[in-house]
Design a protein around this ligand. Structure first.
Ligand SMILES: [Zn+2]
Length: 497
């Protein structure tokens, strides 16, 4: 039972909340020295500590703490000068200790915000907290149709992931997004992903689970002042799914509420195939976890000087970078969006750095090369051509040695492994004919072969010269300068424009 999205929005106002887990890319785990390589054979990256053997003791990973502080700073958070880890007690087969070391009422970073842009508007997302915890292992349920535990013959568990440092970023409730709620959720996760990338703290691959998102949605009737009951859709694992999960929950909750029903506070599962959610388990309250301070770890007390140093060393963040590049390149919002979608910023920037004018760099990457990337289903950055090579091609065009058509042939040659742009020009003989004698001879031949057209031009029908220029271009295999060829034709036929 669902309500059409537009009607749901006419009657109800959505409030969002997003909890994002980011697996840090540290070389070793959060509390032991085990490796964190993705895809290693099951249970080969484990030790007594991450398997929770009695008597083993955790030691916190400094790099993970540093990365978390950097994330907090990039999200404009305050950094705690003293905080502790806490035990979150629950049983699950993929968690060998039967508790997870997490943070509870003393998060490392808190009270921040992230500004994002949605349909040309700036939206501020308030960040409640950024805390550090450890990941769980991974269960695989074998034999059932759905891959879930229900209907499975047996389950196996891989503890390689158990103990990998995990950062949880929790927003405050996000009211006021209205019809744009699904887009806001997607834009927020997208921006977060880019920030993680620019900080170099995680590879943020949603398909591999190193970025996972839980999406909270509640609805309240228009004009009401009290928020509704929220549901939490777990582990949504693509940007598109974030958007779809919000939309589908709005449509479902609206139908339940309109029918006089109540929303149950629960976790829900998102199904990629249908784009809908189904009920999971009823949501635990914090008290169900019996949190208490982790007695085996010392508190974290980052020195102010260290935090200041990390803050000063933050890289340029994605939004600031986009604004700077847009101003430098002088392009429209729409073109920026297209480059963003094509993942072309780094390539265009590097091509400009190699000496190409921004307009040319953008033209080639977003035109010819984007087309090639599409055809071959290759990410733009993986095409076998470098920004420096594109810059060289634009230089050859600017110097008059190539026209656009020949430049495209040069690119084709480079992409085909024929060598550098200069080598391809040499081998394929692609230089424009700018030897007057050679061009003049071609023009003479074309005039002789097309006497009718030549007569028409002589008698004043200058429009007929186009066909003759076309003949010269064909005869020169596209290497003539069309403007100069036209001048020569008119000169030889004794007419002027
Ligand atoms: Zn270990």
């Amino acid at each position: 039972m669902t309500m059409v999205y537009e009607e749901a929005l006419d009657r109800f106002e959505p409030v969002l909340g997003l909890e994002t887990h980011v697996e840090l890319g540290t070389k070793s785990k959060m509390f032991c020295g085990c490796k964190t390589t993705f895809g290693a054979p099951p249970n080969t990256q484990v030790c007594p500590t991450c398997l929770a053997f009695p008597g083993s003791l955790p030691v916190a990973n400094t790099m993970a703490i540093e990365s978390t502080i950097r994330i907090g700073l990039a999200l404009n958070c305050s950094i705690a000068d003293w905080c502790r880890f806490a035990r979150k007690n629950y049983f699950y087969p993929d968690m060998p200790k039967n508790y997870q070391i997490s943070q509870y009422d003393e998060p490392l970073c808190f009270d921040g915000y992230l500004d994002i842009e949605v349909e040309g508007q700036s939206v501020r997302i308030e960040i409640e907290r950024v805390h550090l915890e450890e990941d769980t292992g991974k269960s695989t349920h074998v034999g059932g149709a759905t891959g879930r535990i229900h209907g499975a013959d047996y389950s196996i568990v891989d503890y390689n992931r158990a103990g990998i440092p995990l950062v949880e970023i929790v927003t405050k409730p996000i009211p006021g997004t209205d019809r744009l709620a699904p887009e806001v959720a997607k834009a927020y996760v997208t921006e977060l992903r880019e920030i993680m990338r620019s900080l170099g703290v995680s590879d943020v691959r949603m398909e591999e689970g190193s970025l996972r998102c839980d999406v909270n949605v509640s609805l309240m009737p228009r004009g009401a002042s009290e928020w509704g009951t929220r549901t939490e859709t777990k582990n949504v694992n693509s940007l598109r799914s974030v958007e779809r999960a919000v939309r589908s929950e709005i449509e479902r909750q609206a139908a339940v509420l309109a029918d006089g029903g109540k929303i149950v506070q629960e976790t829900r599962h998102f199904h990629e195939d249908s784009g809908t959610t189904t009920s999971g388990r009823s949501k635990e309250e914090a008290q169900d976890y019996r949190y208490f301070p982790e007695p085996d770890l010392v508190p974290i007390a980052p020195e102010a000087a260290w935090v200041a140093e990390l803050k000063a060393a933050l890289p340029e963040l994605p939004l600031a970078r986009r604004k700077r590049l847009q101003a430098e390149w002088g392009v429209s919002d729409l073109d920026m969006q297209a480059m963003h979608n094509a993942d072309a910023f780094d390539l265009v920037e590097a091509t400009v750095a190699a000496g190409a004018p921004a307009a040319d760099a953008r033209k080639w990457w977003m035109g010819e090369l984007a087309r090639r990337a599409n055809e071959t289903v290759t990410p733009l950055a993986d095409l076998p051509i470098t920004p420096a090579q594109i810059a060289r091609v634009t230089e050859l065009v600017a110097s008059g040695a190539l026209n656009d058509k020949l430049a495209r042939e040069v690119l084709e040659g480079v992409l085909g492994g024929e060598g550098t742009p200069d080598e391809v020009v040499e081998r394929r003989g692609l230089r424009i004919v700018n030897d007057e004698g050679e061009l003049s001879a071609i023009v003479d031949q074309v005039l002789a072969d097309n006497a009718d057209a030549a007569d028409k031009v002589r008698s004043g029908k200058i429009a007929a010269a186009g066909a003759l220029v076309g003949g010269v271009m064909r005869a020169s295999k596209g290497k003539a300068d069309a403007g100069r060829a036209r001048q020569l034709i008119l000169e030889k036929l004794g007419v002027s424009e």
